[in-house]
Ligand binder design. Structure first.
Ligand code: NAG
Ligand code: NAG
Length: 394
């Protein structure tokens, strides 16, 4: 039994994360918990709002409300089960709330090989050797180390002032290449983050060193730099692939937002430059923006632009979390959110979109049918977050 005053719509105690990747050999269990009075029931839904049921051997809903994906054989993979956007819905007689989007992805461990190719470099310039990872596993595989056939080993996150440096993005950066560097071969070791398995690249890379005969202006490969994205507090490297003779100098600039004016990037403990490569540690949202690398030597110059977005986890809160309003009186809910970037704001009432996209929701004159659970959602291309609040009638 409960008293009138204790009655309460659902509130999430444990909400699943935005992304759940798991291996077919481990399976996964996704928890969702809510409180309320009476105790809310938990239902799992798809993004179109339809309820999810059991699929024997592949997907179950446990008695305590968990969404369970047991380990499965490769041939039992089902796209609509194993690569799906789910959400959990909690409801009692006072209303319903929906969790953030949960992108579930099951991965069948597949054999892959990483490769290292030859790189051409003009003596005296820096070289960047890539560990080529097939795209079908690229999301799950990272470079853990580099090795030469002379038993030298290099790991990410080491000193920045040595000749060799493993960049946060996995490439091996070699400074001021000399003739002796052409005799070594290089292999990368990769690790699959779901299976934990590590593997040495199938091929060995080498540097092909060109002896300069005459001066040449710095040249960059004719590639468009992809926009980069990284999470706040992580480390990233911005490459400026250019070579010339004499070996060029590099200078990094950042555009002042919304203008064509730029300022030289200030180097410090957090922001380092290793020959042409800019390394930003402990990234902050303010590091986002458009960067320009200007490369010059005595015979010419070039420049390369890169756009960087530093993302911060989304979160939301509604103020006030509950309000009791008399019939005919106004009610106001304010959605307070943090994170970057925020692309959309939307509201739901009892699990249904109400077509409102501003951060303040105002009901001029509260009617009986307005009581219930309100939610605001903030979203970007990768993430979503929600907050809920209850409107009670006085
Ligand atoms: C997962 O898939 C791999 C690759 O096909 C297979 O070797 C493994 O046995 C599977 N795991 C289970 C639990 O069936
Ligand atoms: C360096 O190269 C840039 C880009 O091509 C050019 O605009 C600039 O004039 C050059 N600076 C010097 C000092 O040569």
């Amino acid at each position: 039994a409960y008293f009138q005053g204790d009655q309460k719509g659902p509130v999430f105690l444990k909400e699943p994360t935005n992304r759940i990747d798991f291996s077919n050999s481990t399976g996964a269990e996704i928890e969702c918990k809510a409180s309320g009075n009476p105790m809310p029931e938990i239902i799992w839904i798809r993004s179109d709002g339809t309820a999810v049921g059991d699929v024997p051997g592949l997907r179950q809903i446990s008695s305590d409300g968990k969404l369970v994906f047991p380990p499965f054989r490769a041939e039992d993979y089902r796209q609509e089960v194993h690569a799906q956007v789910y959400a959990c819905l909690a409801r009692n007689q006072f209303g319903s709330i929906i969790s953030r989007d949960v992108h579930v992805r099951a991965v069948v461990a597949q054999y892959y090989e990483a490769d290292v190719n030859k790189e051409h470099v003009i003596r005296g310039n820096s070289a960047v050797i890539k560990c080529l990872i097939p795209s079908f596993v690229a999301d799950f595989v990272e470079v853990v180390s580099w090795h030469t056939d002379e038993e030298e080993n290099y790991f990410p996150g080491a000193e920045y002032d040595g000749k060799y440096l493993v960049l946060p993005s996995g490439e091996l950066h070699i400074r001021e290449v000399g003739p002796e560097d052409g005799y070594k071969s290089y292999q990368c070791r990769t690790k699959h983050r779901l299976t934990g398995e590590t593997r040495l690249s199938a091929t060995k890379g080498r540097l092909v060193i060109t002896e300069p005969i005459s001066s040449s202006a710095p040249r960059t490969p004719a590639l468009v730099q992809k926009p980069l994205e990284l999470m706040v507090a992580h480390t990233i490297s911005l490459l400026c692939p250019a070579q010339g003779f004499p070996a060029p100098s590099f200078r990094w600039y950042k555009f002042i937002e919304g203008t064509t004016r730029k300022q030289a990037v200030v180097l410090n403990d957090r922001v380092k430059q290793v020959s042409g490569t800019l390394i930003i540690k402990d990234a902050v949202v303010e590091d986002s923006g458009k960067y320009l690398c200007v490369v010059n030597n005595s015979v010419g110059g070039e420049s390369v632009e890169t756009v960087l977005t530093v993302t911060a986890p989304l979160s939301a809160k509604i103020d006030p979390p509950t309000q009791t309003v008399d019939f005919g009186r106004p009610a106001v809910f304010t959605c307070q959110y943090t994170g970057n970037p925020i692309k959309t704001v939307s509201w739901m009432k009892d699990g249904k979109a109400i077509g409102h996209s501003e951060s303040v929701l105002r009901i001029e004159s509260v009617k009986k049918e307005d009581k219930g659970m309100y939610q605001c959602f903030v979203r970007n291309d990768r993430e979503s977050a929600e907050a809920s609040a209850e409107l009670k009638l006085g």
